[in-house]
Design a protein around this ligand. Sequence first.
Ligand code: TMP
Length: 172
Amino acid sequence: MSGRFIVLEGIDGAGKTTQARLLADRLGVLLTAEPTPWLGGASPLVRQATPEGSALLFAADRREHLARVILPTLASGRDVVCDRYTPSMLAYQSAAGCGIGWLTGLDVDRVRVPDLVVVLDLDVAVAAARVAARDGQAEVLHCVAEGYQLAERALTAHGWRFVHVDANAPPD
Ligand code: TMP
């Protein structure tokens, strides 16, 4: 029997990585994340690519992640919590200028559909304050938040399930 596949999503500063770790620890399941070390994280390769090129790199990274880590773990019956997945590509690369239909088509018939996508909702202004303190990337957050709305609409039409959690609250 397959394990369950749970994806955590949210704009930068929403506390996604903290919550993914807490959830995986609580459930005693595998915690993994995208982009993976195979791609080199958010590597110079991605940063120097065009929006379409970076989408293709993230999509390739996801295929490798599925083949090497996610699918074998689920097949063994173990649950998987994944910090970022297809919705990140739709949100970030649509914010960078790629068409949402093209992005959806890259993944939707080719990746394992998560049992659940948990979206951490945080006011853009609050996230901007947190992220600005971290790395000065606040100005893109608004576009990414809009990208997440496009992503959810596009993927819900393909049967993906999303739930929203208020990320303004304390981590516990
Ligand atoms: P993080 O390690 O803080 O989650 O950062 C990863 C960065 O990679 C973040 O800015 C979002 C970005 N990203 C994309 O642009 N497209 C994708 O498909 C994925 C998985 C991540």
